[in-house]
Design a protein around this ligand. Structure first.
Ligand code: FES
Length: 159
């Protein structure tokens, strides 16, 4: 029998502080996951379990939040997370070419992290900026009306 996954004292303190500002469990749960991700880089199964136990929110509900919220990661990621939109508007305007550019430049496919550990490439359903397609999210920043030149410049800036 292993020990139950735990949150650190620091994480619990941060979660308690946020918790008081939220009326709904879901909102508190989302905030708690963000706090844990800030500390740990991503949300492992153990991290999810620890938050579930601490807040008394079902794991399935937290899993749902983590899936819905694009900036929560359920796999290890690098410090630069690129989320490329693959939905219809972005598709029509050439996101597949952008994907090829990214794959070549970084040497990875979606779901992977570059050998230098810096970039993680993820595909994303519609990022809600279809009028500015094609778009990608680099960490929390949206980059729109992308061309291959813009993309190369963006990558160069981060290297
Ligand atoms: Fe790409 Fe909506 S289709 S943002």
């Amino acid at each position: 029998e292993g020990t139950a996954p735990q949150l650190s004292a620091e994480e619990m303190r941060a979660i308690d502080e946020e918790r008081s500002h939220y009326e709904s469990d879901a909102a508190a749960g989302l905030e708690a996951l963000r706090i844990v991700q800030r500390e740990r880089g991503w949300i492992s199964d153990d991290s999810l379990r620890a938050v579930s136990a601490y807040l008394g929110i079902a794991e399935a509900e937290l899993e749902g939040l983590a899936t819905y919220y694009q900036l929560l990661f359920r796999q290890p990621v690098g410090p630069e997370v690129i989320q490329l939109c693959k939905s219809s508007s972005c598709w029509i305007l050439g996101c597949d070419r952008l994907q090829t550019t990214l794959e070549k430049a970084l040497g990875i496919h979606p779901g992977e992290t570059s050998a230098d550990g810096i970039f993680t490439l993820l595909e994303n359903p519609c990022l809600g900026a279809c009028d500015r397609a094609p778009v990608l999210l680099m960490n929390e920043e949206l980059h729109s009306h992308l061309t291959e030149e813009k993309l190369q410049a963006l990558l160069a800036e981060k290297r």
